[in-house]
Write a protein of this length. Structure first.
Length: 200
């Protein structure tokens, strides 16, 4: 990921605080989930990732992305966890972006970032495409346009269909935010043209 204007290195003791500081707008269910992670050992967390989550394919990445209920869990190194937090905070008010919740240090340069996305349980888009409304598709495309208008693009949206999910309300959620970057004026125009006829 190319961090958006941030070069600060992450501190290796990010999860050493006595209580987890989490975003104020997250659901009570997500807050409870984060507290359970915070009070678990690394071994329990790794077992949870391997047995209770659904892994989402990432293209050409050393990271691992998981889905649990309405949470996205990204396992990465410390710098990428920090970059993801900074990048999400830049765009999380856009309806298609998840909310940053917290990251935890699992080991030396091994971090787990928790993002909250959608309502209820997330399910694979491709397996449920028949129930996706045109209104939901148009709403997602409007969100991508808002992202472009703010000067950003998530290039993975156009290449990684496995990262598309649906929440219980039928809203489209995109899971992989590791490809967020600034967009040039020329590229923005090309993407806006592509967006008009984009089928997903």
């Amino acid at each position: 990921m190319n961090p958006i204007g941030f070069n600060k290195r992450i501190l290796n003791n990010a999860a050493s605080a006595e209580t987890p500081a989490v975003a104020t707008q997250i659901s009570a269910k997500t807050a409870d989930f984060v507290n359970r992670i915070f009070n678990s050992t690394t071994e329990v967390i790794l077992d949870f990732l391997g047995t209770k989550t659904k892994q989402i394919k990432l293209r050409n990445s050393s990271d691992s992305l998981y889905c649990y209920e309405n949470c996205l869990l990204l396992r990465s190194n410390g710098q990428r966890a920090y970059d993801l937090e900074q990048n999400i905070r830049e765009i999380e008010q856009i309806g298609i972006a998840p909310r940053f919740v917290k990251y935890f240090q699992l080991g030396e340069d091994d971090f787990l970032t928790v993002l909250e996305a959608g309502e209820g349980k997330l399910s694979p888009y491709c397996e449920n495409v028949q129930r996706v409304s045109q209104k939901a598709k148009q709403g997602f495309k409007t969100g991508v346009k808002e992202l472009l208008d703010k000067g950003f693009v998530n290039k993975e949206m156009f290449t990684n269909k496995d990262a598309f999910l649906l929440d219980d309300s039928g809203k489209i959620v995109f899971a992989d935010w590791t490809g967020l970057e600034y967009v040039t004026a020329t590229k923005k125009q090309a993407l806006e043209n592509h967006l008009r006829n984009w089928q997903f």
